[in-house]
Design a protein around this ligand. Structure first.
Ligand code: 6GU
Length: 238
């Protein structure tokens, strides 16, 4: 998979050289390129923002550098891949979930456009639709200062689903959100720590009982912490 990121703060993405994703990049599984939006400006001050038409607080990102950047990067889509998917992190977008991560992990070429200030001139999104599939995606209902941290989160969630990135694929299936429920609690040695014992069933060697206990724990935690994730009880309706 090829991933391009456009940002006015490219050093935010230095962390992608670390750990699992760093290893995936070194192994050639993830071809990640980070770009400075100002490289597509041509004025002496490398200007990327201006005041909003219609007035209001803050600044808006100018369309011209974005248009040039996206034209150029869409031209780097691997020949076999067709058109890129262009993601603009935005609190006004669709909410990112594990299903979104799974969907985007199957793409050959992702381009992330990180906005700052009050956002990007709306025509950039319309214009980019001529280059590929445009997605405005939010991490959730709170406000960040720009798209960089959201892009980091999305790249990590997407990248670990690319085949080969996570060494043992079994470890992908027993996680929170993969089956629509929160993950069961985990324990390791010692069996007794600060007067707290590991649940007996986990020491029993009874695999059926362990699987049953883990399922109950998943349901109970999901009921307590994230009841919105549980299937609705149709029997109560109509
Ligand atoms: Cl994707 N961007 C910004 N600026 N704020 C956010 C967000 C994205 N998701 C949640 N808050």
């Amino acid at each position: 998979m090829r991933i391009d990121v456009v940002s006015i703060f490219p050093s935010y993405f230095d962390g992608l050289a670390l750990s699992l994703l760093g290893r995936a990049r070194a192994a050639g599984l993830l071809d990640l390129h980070v770009h400075d939006l100002r490289d597509w400006t041509s004025d002496r001050h490398r200007t990327v923002d201006d005041t909003p038409y219609g007035g209001g607080a803050g600044m808006v990102m100018k369309p011209e550098p974005w248009g040039l950047a996206l034209d150029e990067l869409a031209g780097t889509t691997p020949a076999a891949a067709g058109r890129p998917t262009i993601v603009f992190p935005s609190p006004a977008g669709e909410v990112f979930t594990q299903a979104t991560a799974r969907e985007l992990s199957a793409r050959e070429h992702l381009i992330f456009g990180c906005g700052r200030y009050e956002g990007i001139d709306e025509r950039v999104f319309e214009d980019a639709a001529g280059l590929g599939e445009v997605r405005l995606i939010s991490l959730g209902d709170y406000v960040l200062n720009g798209g960089e941290v959201a892009t980091m989160a999305m790249i990590e969630a997407i990248g670990r689903l690319v085949p080969g990135v996570v060494g043992n694929p079994d470890s992908l299936v027993e996680e929170s959100h993969e089956d629509g429920l929160l993950e069961y609690p985990s324990y390791t040695k010692p069996a007794l720590w600060r007067d707290r014992a590991v649940p007996d069933v986990l020491l029993s060697g009874n695999h059926g009982a362990i699987a049953g206990w883990r399922r109950e724990q998943q349901l109970e935690r999901t009921r307590l912490r994230r009841p919105d994730l549980l299937p609705t009880d149709d029997a109560d309706e109509g």
